[in-house]
Design a protein around this ligand. Sequence first.
Ligand SMILES: [Zn+2]
Length: 115
Amino acid sequence: MKKILHQNDSGFVVTCRHILFENKPIAFAHRDHIYEEGDSGWQFLCGGGHNLEEAKLVTMDEIMKFDSGIKSFISEPAGCKFRKDFEINKWKGIKVYNSFAKTINWLRRVVFKSK
Ligand SMILES: [Zn+2]
């Protein structure tokens, strides 16, 4: 088991090609513990399914260009999850650990392993 590193709010984030290249909005955000230097623990994904080829690493500054609203919760600790409510254009915390959060957590671990 790797050592958990200190929280780094300016590290790299995992996102998907749909957000970067296909104009899909960020729908889900989830933060995991940090095991690698330079990682923020964050992942920001659209609402669709994802495979490894669709996952991309970008900087925190880069992802904020797509949705500045994420600034409001970027310092929340590992384990937090948020979804965008598009009807009111606001981010909301997700209390229940749903299957989507599990999926994106798995995706992030695989992306960092394959770096
Ligand atoms: Zn996507």
